[in-house]
Design a protein around this ligand. Structure first.
Ligand SMILES: [Zn+2]
Length: 159
């Protein structure tokens, strides 16, 4: 299921309060099942939001183009089924999702902590708080199995 929306930012009170000016939000929502059959909500958020540059105090155009995948969990404990880097929301007792609330939370995350023009930012570069963490899955015994198979093949050949 897919839903496309083009909304005024004022639909979201907390976002409106942060922006303090008229803006629009384009949303695309997809409900899907991932390969493990988990229910997932994929949310794409786009917009050009006028925000104030915190260095020169002029208005700047913040280009928002973010996507998130949220696993829809029946209970907090289900988080054990997810990988560490997977996002999720927990449904309420009725198994329902407060969609406007969830979407607004995600929209607020699109706002930078401190908005700055790129050219205004050069003097003092910020270190991204969201540097991707590359984590390799450790399978300590996989190498052993390969080794054993290789040895086995060698032995078979000798026989
Ligand atoms: Zn600026």
């Amino acid at each position: 299921m897919r839903l496309s929306l083009d909304l005024a930012a004022s639909v979201f009170p907390r976002l409106q309060q942060a922006l303090q000016t008229e803006a629009r939000v384009q949303l695309e929502l997809f409900w899907l099942r991932d390969p493990r059959r988990h229910a997932v909500l994929e949310l794409r958020m786009q917009g050009h939001w006028p925000v104030q540059c915190q260095r020169c105090m002029e208005t700047m155009d913040l280009v928002v183009d973010e996507s998130v995948r949220l696993h829809l969990l029946q209970a907090e404990a289900d988080v054990a089924r997810l990988d560490e880097n997977e996002d999720y929301v927990v449904l309420d007792e009725q198994g329902e999702l407060d969609l406007p609330e969830v979407v607004e939370d995600e929209l607020l995350l699109c706002l930078p902590l401190v908005a700055k023009h790129e050219h205004c930012d050069e003097a003092m570069p910020l270190v991204s708080a969201e540097a991707p963490v590359v984590e390799e899955k450790k399978r300590p015994f996989a190498g052993l199995a390969d080794l054993r198979n290789a040895l086995q093949r060698d032995q078979d050949r000798e026989v």
